[in-house]
Design a protein around this ligand. Sequence first.
Ligand code: PLP
Length: 463
Amino acid sequence: MALPARSFTRSVAYRREVHERIPGGAHTYSKGDDQFPELSPAAIARGKHGRVWDLDGNEYVDCALGLGSVSLGHAYEPVLSAVRKQLDLGVNFQRPAVIELEFAREFLSAVPGAERIKFSKNGSTVTTAAVKLSRAFTGRDLVAFPGNHPFYSYDDWFIGSTVCKSGVPDSTRALSLTYDSTHPETLERLFSDHPGRIACVITEPEEICSSPPGALREAQKLARRHGAVFIVDEMVTGFRAGWPGAHARHGLEPDLVAWGKAIGNGFSICALTGRAGIMDLGGIRQEIAPRVFLISTTHGGETTGLAAGQAVLREFQTRDVLSRHRQRVESVAAGMRSAAAAARVSDFLEIHASSWRIVSVCLDGAGRPSPAFKTLLMQEMIGRGVLFHGYFLPCYTHTDEDVSQIVSAFEASCAVYRDALDQGMEKYLVGRPIRPVFRKYNGCAQVCPAMPCPLERECRGST
Ligand SMILES: Cc1ncc(COP(=O)(O)O)c(C=O)c1O
């Protein structure tokens, strides 16, 4: 089925100019031109609920929603009106804004076991702060995290573990240890290889590559047994994979929890919650331990982000947002699976759905993960008005019509996928395939060292 005609004239001009002005062409690498097919929008002009419009005026159902940050919907009125109200009161003062304590109280009461909170504007600030606190608390310097997970921070302690490590000193890289979350014994080995030196284990509480049951609790147990701080990163899962996040659902009791993305509906608001005994190292009232210079930035308490976060929390507490999300995921997953089966591509186009997100994995005819087939799938979905990056995250205002459009675009795209398997992908893909975010040189397709997980390449390219 031929792609409907769509003009990308302004996108082409935008692409031509943007790299002359902004390195990377965007402020998140995963939004960059190398992450999208040639036939795709270069920039978005506006969004409303589950839809966006590009600079050429093309309309799309949005499946990724600001890298998962838009949990309620673009330009969602209850959040906007809270932000507007705050705008009239001022956004940054010489002393803390009243809303800082108000929101802290509300957020802490929503998170079991959390005694303290620090807000920030970006998730990386928060995960890095958790690592720093752990080092100060334990007096140790090594950090352990799953090397098969996609992303934890843009700071050196994480980026140094990827192939994109230029600019990170070897001495910093040597302090980061990775294990394979699908093989929990690899974490145990780290602890026995580095006795008394690991400050913390930081992990996401859900993953695309599945770990054996109980692996997360085992990681927590190992951290406790070896005197390391256990940190859960709920950046992707918070307010999505459970309430308030996934750690409660998995029976975890982390020392520190990092929050971001969905808690702000796209506004810049992230948080670190945790036990008083650790967090208070960054306070100004404890007198015994050396002070930790914990998250201190000019814009950390900027009030529109806090007002947005407060409105989002209240919406989640008064509406059954997670059930709505689940229904949308179930409908889209069912539609995608039957579309793939009908087109006889199920063995090459895998649909991995949990209760809160769908991840598709594209394989070539030989069953290998294929960026080219993924690009083709994106091209076909985008051409049919669905801004798709291989996954679906719902928002509260996605409608039945949005779901139908996603499914019918997927049906048509699966038919093209089948044709491409039969007749050669080159015949169908316009332009070059997408490339991994984490690659050493722009011109090459080198990815992080192969891990046993078959989805590794998908994971690593998805931040
Ligand atoms: C699991 C995880 N942790 C931390 C971060 C960093 O968050 P930010 O991009 O807000 O700095 C991300 C971003 O994608 C993430 O996915």
